[in-house]
Write a protein that binds this ligand. Structure first.
Ligand code: FAD
Length: 475
């Protein structure tokens, strides 16, 4: 995908030498082959270019980088695990990449305050494991958790599979440390749940996708570790039936319902056929599936799960269901869900949407969107799946069988237009959890409140007057 962006002045050898001096020769990457992993991304949708990748090892080094960059008006692109799906972490126009991965210390774990202070480059899975090691839960969970970082998670305000019970990344952060464009360090790290001392500044940087400053650390909330987790895989006839099941489950289990994923037959079929080590847990195929999980602070999550499924069977909402009998089986259920995105690749081009609508509108959205995309491109194959409990669907549309992939992907914006029209009419969002980056940047002014866009531009101009912080992203 080609991206139009403000240009960045070329870096002189003298300036490169000054940047190198900040991080040390070893942590400044200039060789094209070594830069390659920082300018390519998972989907191959974007390919960036950069003359220099800096890998600072401390907040002070990040601060010195920003100060030097602002003195010379050099554009910077912060990067964590490089798993973002909207091109926000890519240097599209020769910017300097600031990789935060070396900032990987967990500074403090406090089980009395239930907080953990992590540097930005801590990999999400490492943070989860650290919390588990002290009998706590850090609940943010997503398919890329083995490589995405806390800084990236906060900058994209990531959602994932446990947002239903614990909220999105924003709700898991109590404070942040941020290096501003001019090099100043804003320290609003805090363990406080209650702190009414003026504007909530840390939230400005969460979800800002690196356009307002570079997050170097964050204080995260920890939660009690569940004593029992039970997972069910359910076959049913329609999204409407899944919605009825969700209503029963929420009534019965309340906050113990931690995940509720809706999976279309095609999404499951692709995952089983193309995913690695994926097995279908049910004997027969069904038009739709739900993967649901209950996590209980007591020892029993099985009884409420059986009650929910029993009631749903009685009311003929559910056609078949299996409860994981072991941890291995539970992991298999989740593997089927986690492989879903990657499993679409062998089916050719996939036009993706990460949308949300009010939960109640999900069945109508799917019906309307399916009809609209097939009318636009006969033979197109909708592959919806996602977090029904949050009204968030990955509404992906695979190319017609045998179609030319490049021709199909050239219709990306046409397909977006019909899908977004339905989303907006239903009171939804065109980006539920992946962010705006460059992928949805041009659509944002069309769909967001005009005053909100004006305020966003004012905040950007105030914090980054030279426009060096991830230019061309979001706005
Ligand atoms: P990057 O990709 O490196 O960067 C993402 C954005 O944040 C960029 O704009 C970048 O400039 C900025 N950034 C990164 N670090 C910093 C920092 N320290 N300070 C300031 N800005 C920074 N997302 C979800 O929300 N839910 C999912 O369920 C989900 N599943 C995924 C599954 C797969 C297989 C993949 C590949 C991705 C998935 N994602 C999901 C998207 C992605 O993993 C998240 O957006 C993640 O939070 C990005 O973290 P990262 O460290 O890789 O950030």
């Amino acid at each position: 995908m080609t991206v139009t962006q403000p240009s960045s002045p070329p870096l002189s050898p003298e300036l490169i030498a000054k940047f190198k001096k900040i991080v040390g020769e070893k942590y400044a990457v200039t060789d094209a082959a070594d830069i390659e992993p920082y300018v390519t991304e998972e989907r191959n949708l974007f390919h960036g270019r950069s003359p220099l990748v800096l890998r600072p090892g401390s907040t002070a080094e990040v601060s010195a980088i920003c100060k030097l960059a602002s003195e010379h008006k050099i554009a910077l692109v912060p990067q964590g695990g490089n798993t973002g799906l909207v091109g926000g972490q890519m240097p599209h126009n020769g910017e300097v990449v600031v990789s935060l991965r070396r900032l990987d210390k967990i500074r403090e774990v406090d089980t009395a305050s239930n907080t953990m202070t992590c540097e930005a480059g801590v990999v999400l899975q490492v943070a989860q494991q650290k919390a588990s090691g002290v009998d706590r839960l850090f609940p943010l969970s997503l398919g890329a958790e083995g490589s995405c970082t806390i800084g990236g998670n906060l900058s994209t305000n990531a959602g994932g599979t446990a947002a239903l019970a614990y909220g999105v990344a924003r709700e898991m952060a109590l404070g942040v440390e941020v290096v501003l464009a001019d090099g100043r360090v804003l320290n609003v790290l805090s363990k406080l749940k209650k702190d009414n001392t003026g504007y909530n500044l840390h939230n400005l940087f969460i979800g800002a996708e690196g356009t307002l400053g570079i997050i170097t650390a964050a204080t995260l909330k920890l939660f009690p570790k569940p004593r029992a987790v039970e997972t069910a895989y359910v076959g049913l006839k329609s999204p409407a039936a899944a919605l009825k099941l969700l209503t029963i489950a929420q009534g019965e289990a309340a906050n113990a319902l931690t995940s509720f994923e809706l999976l279309s037959e095609m999404a499951v079929d692709f995952s089983v056929r193309h995913g690695i080590d994926v097995r279908d847990p049910l004997q027969e195929t069904h038009p739709w599936y739900v993967l649901m999980e209950l996590s209980s602070p007591s020892d029993d999550a099985r009884t409420p799960l059986e009650t929910i499924l029993g009631r749903a069977m009685e009311e003929e909402i559910v056609d078949d269901a299996v409860i994981a009998a072991s941890l291995a089986q539970r992991n298999n259920f989740w593997k089927l869900r986690e492989e879903m995105s990657a499993a679409q690749k062998p089916e050719g081009g996939s036009i993706k949407h990460d949308i949300s609508v009010p939960v109640v509108a999900v069945p109508a959205f799917i019906e309307e969107a399916n009809a609209a995309v097939v009318k636009l491109i006969p033979g197109a194959r909708p592959v919806p799946f996602g977090h029904l409990g949050d009204g968030n669907l990955h509404y992906n549309v695979s190319q017609p069988i045998g179609a030319n992939t490049a021709d199909y992907l050239a219709r990306w914006h046409d397909v977006n237009a019909v899908v977004f029209e339905i989303v907006l009419r239903m009171g939804g969002s065109i980006s539920a959890e992946h962010g705006i980056g460059v992928l949805k940047r041009d659509e944002l002014p069309e769909v967001k409140d005009k005053v909100a866009i004006e305020l966003m531009r004012s905040v950007k101009a105030m914090l980054d007057p030279l426009g060096i912080m991830n230019p061309g992203k979001v706005l």
